[in-house]
Design a protein around this ligand. Structure first.
Ligand SMILES: [Zn+2]
Length: 442
């Protein structure tokens, strides 16, 4: 069946469901068509805007008391800059055992694997004990407004579940023969913000003593950039590090808040991407990404507008973020208005339950160990809508050794996105086993 998954992955890539953030983009109807054709059974289709389709199947379990499980992959992908690619990003070519294309790791590989794993339950060949839900959604890459959000808000009767699998599937981590499979159990909060300053216009030839909005903004942003961001060694981080099988010294340094930053600097020398991941997993992060100001070269700037991407660990809420920004901006803070663009708190699911054990069983069968590392995702996914309703949500996949955890991080939304054929096959086998173990044991 894993051969089917590679074919499906290629079709999904070729469907080019590119979500550029506008409601007219995406056009997930194409991939819904592909999935329905493969599954051979019509599901419920939701289409809040023409072309923006999500596809839902709810297969009733044989035991009404048994827990339910939802598979929630997304169908859309982010845009590409084709000039940066060595191949056509939508041809889904296989080169040296890798399927290339936008969506290969985010997340059409998993979408294909889940689709193959769910088919025997839809055809009646297999029967789940609890309800099994398959929900392939649109618009994940733009916050789920035309996909998961209306489904969870308006059709909870249909999409409710005790357990759920979605993003993110990371490759395994391997240190000195100790293998670990990361399982995404939570995600950071997002506190994207607009900063605004105002001033008074005047002639640019007479700057002395003027009220310049751009200069105030630059002073404020310089404070934000220069101030160290708060760190936290969370419970999730400690258990992640303990599962990596590192030597005692490294383990100790990575979970000691006083040594953490030095250890990140040390790791950055040989693996900058891993250092960046560790930093983000243990800190409030702030990335100043947009700045606009003024009207003309010879007019004193009367307004400035900046946008910053801010992500918080569990417990770092909007109040925490604003108070950090105000302190960091120093005396410039009194001139700056902070306006939230996004306020979404961190969400985390607990471990040690029938789904966690089913994943452990499947990994043991396919990879020879049951070392699962609970991992905090740095990005927002559709899982947060279900977690807010009490659903336990994880993300998991099974890769071969041709791609490291760090390499994978650079491919998310990057050039030459690719996944090995063997990894698609292993991930498909993982989902087939997780379903059969979950419904056998739950
Ligand atoms: Zn994604």
């Amino acid at each position: 069946m894993s051969h089917d998954a590679v074919d499906l992955l290629q079709s999904l890539i070729r469907n080019r469901c590119v979500n550029d953030g506008t409601p007219e983009s995406g056009f997930e109807v194409r991939s819904v068509g592909t999935l329905v054709e493969y599954l051979g059974v019509q599901g419920e289709v939701f289409e809040p805007m023409p072309g923006r389709q999500s596809l839902v199947y709810r297969i009733p379990g044989s035991d009404p008391e048994a827990p339910s499980l939802a598979l929630v992959p997304h169908l859309d992908v982010v845009p590409v800059d084709a000039a940066g690619w060595s191949v056509d990003p939508f041809a889904a070519e296989i080169v040296e055992g890798f399927v290339y294309g936008r969506g290969a790791v985010d997340m059409l590989n998993v979408t294909a694997a889940m689709t193959v794993a769910v088919r025997p339950y839809l055809t009646g060949e297999r029967k789940p004990r609890g309800d099994l839900l398959f929900c392939a959604v649109a618009d994940e890459e733009n916050g789920g407004q035309l996909g998961a959000t209306p489904l969870v808000n308006d059709r909870w009767d249909l999409v409710r579940a005790d357990y759920l699998l979605t993003e993110v599937a990371y490759p395994g981590l391997s240190f000195d023969d100790h293998r670990t499979v990361p399982v995404s159990i939570g995600e950071k909060g997002a506190y994207w913000s607009i900063l605004e300053t105002a001033g008074s216009p005047g002639h640019g030839s007479l700057p002395y003593g003027t009220d310049n909005a751009l200069e105030k903004m630059i002073t404020a942003l310089a404070g934000v950039i220069d101030t160290p961001v708060p760190a936290d060694v969370t419970e999730e981080w400690v258990s992640f590090v303990h599962n990596l099988g590192l030597d005692e010294e490294s383990t100790r340094r990575l979970i000691d808040i006083d040594q953490l930053d030095d250890e990140i600097d040390r790791i950055a020398v040989f693996d900058p991407t891993l250092a960046r991941y560790i930093h983000a997993a243990t800190h409030l992060t702030i990335s100043s990404n947009m700045l606009r100001a003024g009207t003309k070269t010879n007019v004193v700037a009367d307004r400035a507008h900046a946008e910053v991407d801010i992500r918080g660990l569990p417990g770092m809420d909007r109040q925490f973020v604003d108070s950090h920004l105000r302190k960091a901006m120093g005396s410039a803070a009194s001139h700056v208005e902070i306006r939230p663009i996004m306020d979404s708190d961190a969400t985390v699911s607990t471990i040690g339950n029938p789904l966690w054990e089913a994943i452990g069983d499947a990994v043991e069968e396919l990879d020879g160990h049951r070392n699962l590392a609970p991992t905090l995702m740095l990005v927002a996914t559709d899982a947060r809508f279900w977690r807010a309703k009490g659903t336990v949500c994880y993300g998991v996949g099974l890769f071969d050794d041709r791609m490291t955890f760090s390499e994978m991080l650079t491919l998310f939304h990057g050039h030459d996105e690719r996944v090995s054929v063997a990894s698609v096959e292993r991930t498909t086998a993982l989902y087939e086993r997780v379903l059969s173990r979950f419904f056998a044991e739950a």
